[in-house]
Design a protein around this ligand. Structure first.
Ligand code: RIB
Ligand code: CA
Length: 306
């Protein structure tokens, strides 16, 4: 795969995960070594079945799916509400979950066998943290980890301070945020202003993805309105892929970020050192993404029939 970016996508589909996988596959710029699934938006059975469904829709079942963690490192699983019970409300995937329970081993194996792997994480960080704990040395070979998560100068979306992915498994996030490899974070700060409507997806009319995407987006928008009072499809995970697709559309700054793992009111908060004192930078934060540029590129890529 000449000059393609070698990646593993760790994900908990999820409506926005589904769109992110479609965008990554159809962009043609990635050599997707594997998709690994994690519980988060829904159970591991559902997120794995949904990942397989999306690849079937894309006619890319050649991409391996390895299922992983059914629950956070030490806590009970708290699922999202905006994706419905199945994790992909609006469609009824007929395929099986086919759990393999080997995501962690496969992440380590792929990282060992390949140079410059980028890990893209779209769900709770449980699989990545387990891989780091299992083979710390091997995981240092990773080129970078690009993480959807966190809320720095904006409120959370799970509660007043925490973003969902970090909230679900803050202990795993703590391990990953302290791991000495290059990391990029796409927090709510960069995502909240990018809001798509059904009219935006109408531009896909006539393509093979139009029907399933519209079937997914209708309940996704309704559920977000009920849960967060915003009548729009929020693009958290596609924006994370977009950072790799068009980094020039993104403003990036180094941060010293810590994860709250003990707080009763602040579990999963990403706590930034914003004072001017010397900082122990540990992560590059995508502070802003050009929403119009994203929307144009995103829809154009999804429209491609190839
Ligand atoms: O907070 C948004 C994140 O949580 C997204 O990845 C969404 O899919 C959910 O996993
Ligand atoms: Ca997700």
């Amino acid at each position: 795969m000449k000059n393609k970016i070698p990646i593993i996508i760790d994900t908990d589909p999820g409506h926005d995960d589904a769109l992110a996988i479609m965008f990554a596959v159809k962009s043609g710029i990635f050599d997707i070594k594997a998709i690994t699934t994690v519980a988060g938006n829904s159970t591991i059975e559902n997120t794995t079945r949904n990942a397989r469904y999306i690849l079937k829709l894309l006619d890319r079942e050649d991409i391996s799916v390895y299922s992983g963690s059914a629950k956070p490192l030490v806590r009970e699983l708290i699922k999202a509400v905006v994706h419905g019970e199945s994790g992909l409300e609006g469609i009824d995937p007929k395929n099986e979950s086919k759990l393999t329970n080997d995501a962690v081993d496969k992440i380590i194996k792929i990282v060992k066998e390949n140079e410059n792997i980028t890990l893209v994480t779209l769900g709770p960080l449980t699989n990545i943290a387990r891989a780091i704990e299992e083979d710390n040395e091997a995981m240092k070979r990773v080129k970078q980890i690009v993480i959807m998560g966190g809320a720095i100068k904006v409120p959370g979306n799970k509660d007043r301070v925490a973003e969902f992915n970090i909230f679900v498994d803050p202990d795993a996030a703590n391990i990953v945020f302290n791991f000495p490899v290059k990391k990029f974070l796409v927090p709510l700060d960069a995502c909240n202003h990018v809001q798509l409507q059904l009219e935006d997806f109408e531009k896909l009319n006539g393509t093979s993805l139009y029907e399933p995407i519209m079937a997914m987006m209708k309940p996704y928008i309704e559920n977000i309105f009920k849960d967060e009072g915003i009548k729009a499809a929020l693009m958290y995970d596609p924006l994370t892929i977009y950072y790799l697709f068009n980094p020039d559309a993104c403003k990036v700054k180094e941060y010293d970020l810590k994860i709250e793992t003990k707080g009763e009111l602040t579990r999963g908060m990403t706590v930034a050192e914003l004072r001017s004192s010397t900082k122990d930078y540990n992560i590059n934060v995508i502070e802003t993404i050009d929403g119009e540029s994203f929307k144009k590129d995103f829809i154009n890529i999804l429209k491609q029939e190839k």
